[in-house]
Design a protein around this ligand. Structure first.
Ligand code: FAD
Ligand code: PYC
Length: 417
């Protein structure tokens, strides 16, 4: 178990000039064998490890990561947390996740800076207004706290919005989820890593999985850059790389990998205290605690494995947002980057078992899986521990593509179309 972070531990460590802090997680070498191995130390992999250890008492487990933990999409996203999806199955998992975020800092004894500052999805066409009214009805029927708001309320909540009725895409209203918001992406990864390590989970960084080894229809272990690791349970949670890893076990995934880019401005004084998504013009914006405006747009229009920003995407996103938020035209940009997102055809995740015994997969969160890290880890751990889908995970099985049971979230996922 880890020693607790508290005001007293800060005071105690201050006495020793902060030289004696315990390491947040160890850096172990892989053992020859584990009960279960998770591939990918992003938020989903780390949360899965944490709940496997905490809820299901499985401690002889490892998370293997080819780079550094949280260095994939988890550390590259724009940190929007909301649960306003359209289909019942999606609302269930995203709201489980959002509600776990409410208590996550306390649960992990690590400040994940969950900030329920409100998420607003602008309606800038009649069609969008109708679509979001429908989502709001579906969400309220499922018990979510949300409402449609008028253009005047939009302006009141976000005064920097252009409310000119004669502009190209005037604000006609918005969908509003008051307890949606943001969190600190790195802290979510670090908090789960520290928590999992405290329960004895080995987190092995700089260890690339090169192949899954099978013995007929069951898994035998993993070939990695640090040697072979024997295990009877493998959970692949590798976002945009999931299809190449599963290919080595002969499993073909219905996933496309694309780069999604984002950027931040120079820090400025507080101008925006909620998250605004403007799906018609294809952009979203919030202000970080450091003062930077965090801005993103849509995915690259072609499949690729690039983790970099590009000028065409920058231009497209900023041009789209400038009309709705005129003040950003005068800002300087600080940096931009990209992450490789894993897109399914119905824009919903895949969580569950494969046809190979002991091989589990959690992916397909695409452009929207930061918000789902706690809920996904919770239900996936239960699925692995009990070798059957958790009821909330069940609709998201891989078999839905064979059975034609798609969970269409191409509109609610907003940036994912
Ligand atoms: P990752 O964090 O990518 O982790 C997968 C890990 O697997 C990586 O660390 C990778 O290095 C590792 N890996 C890959 N191959 C191997 C291998 N062979 N061996 C070992 N390890 C391997 N979601 C939201 O909810 N809200 C947002 O505002 C939001 N904004 C986004 C903005 C951008 C620019 C991007 C790129 C994504 C955004 N997302 C957002 C989506 C979200 O970031 C992802 O869905 C989520 O982080 C996925 O987490 P993960 O743990 O599945 O994947
Ligand atoms: O899913 O809310 C989201 C999102 C915002 C930006 C990228 N994804």
């Amino acid at each position: 178990m880890k020693s607790r972070y508290s005001i007293f531990s800060i005071a105690r460590n201050a006495m020793n000039y902060h030289k004696d802090w315990e390491r947040a997680w160890r850096s172990p070498e892989p053992k020859a064998e584990y009960d279960a191995v998770i591939v990918g130390a992003g938020g989903h992999g780390l949360a899965t490890a944490y709940y496997l250890a905490r809820n299901h008492k499985l401690a002889n487990i490892a998370v293997v990561e080819k780079g550094w933990l949280g260095g994939g999409n988890t550390g590259r996203n724009t940190t929007i947390i909301r649960s306003n999806y359209l289909q019942d199955a999606s609302i269930a998992i995203y709201e489980l996740s959002r509600s776990l975020y409410e208590e996550l800092s306390r649960e992990l004894n690590f400040n994940v800076m969950f900030s329920p500052r409100g998420v607003m999805m602008l309606c800038q066409t009649e069609h969008e207004l109708r679509a979001f009214r429908r989502t709001a009805h579906a969400n309220r029927l499922a018990g979510l706290d949300c409402r449609m708001i008028t253009p005047a309320e939009v302006k009141q909540i976000a005064p920097i919005i252009n409310d000119d009725r004669n502009c190209r895409y005037p604000i006609l209203g918005a969908y509003y989820q008051p307890r949606g918001g943001t969190g600190r992406h790195d802290a979510v990864a670090w908090g789960y890593a520290r928590g999992a390590d405290g329960y004895g989970v080995d987190i092995i960084q700089n260890c690339e999985v090169t192949a899954i080894r099978r013995e007929s229809d069951r898994v035998a272990g993993l070939e990695t850059s640090k040697g072979f690791i024997s295990t009877k349970k493998i959970a692949v949670v590798a976002a945009g790389h999931v299809s190449t890893i599963l290919q080595t076990a002969g499993v073909r995934m219905p996933i496309e990998s694309l780069c999604l880019q984002a950027l931040v401005s120079e820090p400025i004084k507080p101008v925006l205290d909620c998250v605004v998504m403007a799906n018609t013009v294809h952009g979203y914006i919030s202000q970080s605690d450091k003062g930077e405006l965090v801005i993103g747009g849509g995915t690259d229009p072609y499949n690729n494995y690039s983790q970099r920003g590009s000028f065409p995407a920058l231009e497209h996103t900023v041009r789209a947002l400038v009309e709705t938020f005129p003040i950003i035209s005068r800002l300087r940009l600080l940096r931009m980057w990209g992450g490789i997102v894993d897109m399914t055809g119905d824009r919903s995740p895949i969580i569950g078992k494969t046809d190979i015994e002991g091989l589990y997969v959690n992916c397909g969160w695409g452009t929207g899986g930061f918000k789902s890290i706690p809920g996904s880890g919770f239900v996936f751990a239960d699925t692995i521990a009990n070798d059957r889908p958790h009821p909330i995970a069940e609709p998201f099985g891989l078999n839905r593509f064979l059975e034609g049971r798609l969970i269409d979230e191409s509109v609610a996922a907003a940036v994912a179309h």
